[in-house]
Design a binder for this molecule. Structure first.
Ligand SMILES: Nc1ncnc2c1ncn2[C@@H]1O[C@H](COP(=O)(O)OP(=O)(O)OP(=O)(O)O)[C@@H](O)[C@H]1O
Length: 282
């Protein structure tokens, strides 16, 4: 799935929240979006999920998608299990399978005892468990999570971490926003930063350890196939033919081997450790 030249504003003549966004979402990859409050992260996630249509540009090839919003509307006239069963039906499950999945997901997040509770009577955290279960139960090809961990207790947060990793391992794409920089940091394949409406690649925040590799080849040389997950880091000072690639520390040897043994070998200019919890200011 890709966004091509996407721009968004909420009303004609209003301020542009997003400008000229190009973004490729890959299957089997965990993608993180970071940025300050009001930078447009939720807006971008709603465009990815198809909740909002872009004012400019286009979204190409959206797969079967589920979305967990920042705020789940608890005022719907359903019980927890009734709502999940309904959503399972919307996602194409037969009634019996939808009911079974609804109860299984509520149990999985420690909310089984709330199956018959009306949504309007659930606590904020329990309501969030229903929202998360709703996103996961259909095994979507693209799962979009907007601060979905907020309000969950530690067991449920860990359960959501596991469910996200299961989804990625099964070949799904997951895109998420979360204000905790440690959230799934070691599993994040790609990260992008939103600032002033623009999206730029950035190393996943708070990688337990990562390495920046600066490599050079004649201008236009493609990167070799089969690289471990890397994030290209834009650098104003980079000369033509030079790339800066952030990679997890335990994958840096594989990256260096791949670059050095490429059909057109790359010259390694620098290898710099990135301190944990720090994004490069490049
Ligand atoms: N429905 C809306 N109508 C008008 N403006 C909106 C709407 N939703 C968001 N905005 C504006 O778009 C901008 C980006 O908001 P958005 O919620 O996407 O940011 P965010 O990065 O997710 O913020 P936060 O980290 O605080 O959740 C803000 O200026 C916000 O006021």
């Amino acid at each position: 799935m890709r966004l091509e030249g996407v721009g968004h504003r909420y009303r004609p003549g209003g301020p542009w929240v997003l400008r000229d966004i190009g973004l490729e979402i890959s299957a089997g990859r965990l993608t993180r979006v970071v940025g300050g409050n009001g930078s447009g992260k939720s807006t971008l996630l709603r465009l990815l999920a198809g909740i909002e249509r872009p004012a400019r540009g286009r979204v190409v090839g959206r797969p079967r998608t589920a979305y967990v919003p920042e705020r789940f509307p608890p005022a719907l006239p359903f019980t927890a299990a009734g709502y999940l069963t309904h959503m399972g039906r919307v996602h194409g499950l037969r009634r019996a399978a939808a009911e079974k999945a609804a109860h299984a997901w509520l149990e999985r997040f420690g909310a089984g005892r709330h199956a018959r509770t009306p949504l309007s009577e659930l606590s904020k955290g329990s309501c969030q468990k229903v929202a998360v279960a709703q996103g996961l139960m259909a095994a979507p090809d693209l799962l979009v999570l907007d601060e979905a961990w907020t309000g969950l207790d530690p067991d449920a947060r860990a359960g959501l971490d596991r469910a996200v990793l299961d989804r990625v391992a099964a070949g799904g794409a997951v895109v998420f926003v979360d204000h905790d920089p440690r959230r799934l940091a070691e599993h994040t394949g790609t990260a992008h930063r939103l600032a002033a409406g623009r999206l730029t690649p950035t190393p996943p925040p708070a990688c337990s350890a990562s390495v920046l590799v600066e490599a050079e080849a004649p201008d236009g040389t493609p990167l070799p196939a089969g690289l471990p997950p890397v994030t290209a880091v834009p650098d104003q000072e980079t000369r033509p033919g030079t790339v800066c690639l952030a990679v997890a520390a335990d994958a840096s040897d594989a990256l260096l081997r791949a670059l050095l043994s490429a059909p057109q070998p790359w010259h390694i200019r620098a290898v710099t450790p990135i301190a944990p919890g720090k994004e490069t200011g490049r």
